[in-house]
Design a protein around this ligand. Structure first.
Ligand SMILES: [Zn+2]
Length: 337
């Protein structure tokens, strides 16, 4: 997984910004305490003065100077906490939590990149990074049925494309969201390019993100290259191998463990037997652990079975609500406007 220097530096700057924001918060809180709780400042001064005086005495040869100092300072610290508490401040008022306690928002822990750093790397390497921008434009409010024909009928159904999109596809997506906390479930969007599959998956992702769910959005190509990157792990025991093994564990937590996983454009990736089987292991495990997955593909179910193995696809497809998209290329229509 390679990240450009610019992207790497951008991540470092994110951490700098987090640290700066925390420092600023701390300064503001200290200033507030000085203002409304002068006794607190006095206690801090007392601690500093007493420690300084006793250390001076010790340096000057007084062998007893430091005896009992630790207990005295602890007592003063207790008074500080009590004062904060009585004034109605939380205990951690001057030690607010970090976004990541493991690395204390530095991005590094135990001399290595922290897990949160690696998540940021994956995010930047994938569609995930572009998701936030997309969902500002592509949400249910902006989803327009006007792009679907009022006249042309959906094959096999006595229904216009527009009515079909509204009453079946859109309605089912909304039902999916309503029931998400209860049953999660899985969706498969099929159909030619340009029929709104990606748009609707952004709509669902945005809705779930706003509800505080963890959402991971990858193109099939990105997913398969991540799967391939973890392929060779089984072999040696070198340090590099161990680092890779840990990366894979973190990758698994991220991809296997998110509440909602979107895999876009299945069928366009370059895979091999290993990645195809790793892919179905992933889908299978998400089924077992009851986490929601959405796959969009230009292939129809028959083509999917041809491209992957029948055995694995039928197991998976049996568990997905399949929503075929109909219509004509929306992107072409938008360009004409
Ligand atoms: Zn961290």
């Amino acid at each position: 997984m390679a990240l450009s220097n610019t992207e790497y530096n951008a991540i470092l700057r994110e951490y700098e910004a987090l640290q700066a924001a925390r420092q600023q918060l701390l300064r503001a809180r200290k200033a507030e305490l000085n203002r409304v709780l002068p006794g607190y400042r006095a206690l801090e001064q007392e601690i500093a003065d007493r420690a300084m005086a006793r250390y001076r005495a010790a340096v000057g040869g007084d062998k007893e100077a430091l005896t009992g100092l630790k207990a005295e300072l602890e007592e003063l610290e207790k008074q500080k906490s009590a004062l904060l508490c009585t004034a109605g401040y939380p205990d951690d008022f001057l030690a607010p939590p970090y976004h990541c306690e493991h690395c204390k928002d530095t991005g590094f822990a135990d001399g290595e990149k922290c897990r949160c750093f690696r998540q940021k790397m994956i995010a930047r390497l994938s569609r995930q990074g572009r998701l936030a921008a997309s969902i500002r434009e592509e949400n249910f409010k902006h989803f327009s049925l006007d792009y679907y024909s009022d006249e042309r009928k959906v094959p096999g159904l006595n229904m216009s494309e527009r009515a079909y999109m509204e009453q079946l596809v859109l309605a089912q997506c909304k039902a999916y969201l309503r029931n998400f906390d209860k049953r999660k479930g899985n969706l498969l969007f099929t159909g030619k390019p340009g029929l709104g599959k990606t748009f609707l998956s952004h709509c669902i992702a945005g809705e779930l993100l706003s509800r505080g769910k963890t959402v991971v959005y990858l193109s099939a190509e990105e997913l398969f290259s991540l799967l391939a990157a973890t392929q060779w792990r089984q072999r040696a025991e070198s340090d590099e191998e161990k680092i890779r093994a840990r990366e894979e564990r973190e990758f698994r937590e991220y991809i296997y463990g998110c509440d909602f996983l979107i895999i876009d454009d299945l069928g366009t990736e370059f895979g091999n037997a290993f990645t195809a089987s790793a892919f179905f292991t992933l889908l299978n495990e998400r089924l077992i652990t009851k986490r929601g997955t959405l796959i969009s593909t230009n292939l129809d179910p028959k083509q999917l079975k041809a491209q992957y193995t029948e055995r694995s696809t039928s197991r998976i497809l049996g568990e997905y609500d399949i929503l075929p998209f109909y219509g004509s290329d929306i992107r072409a229509k938008k360009r004409k406007q």
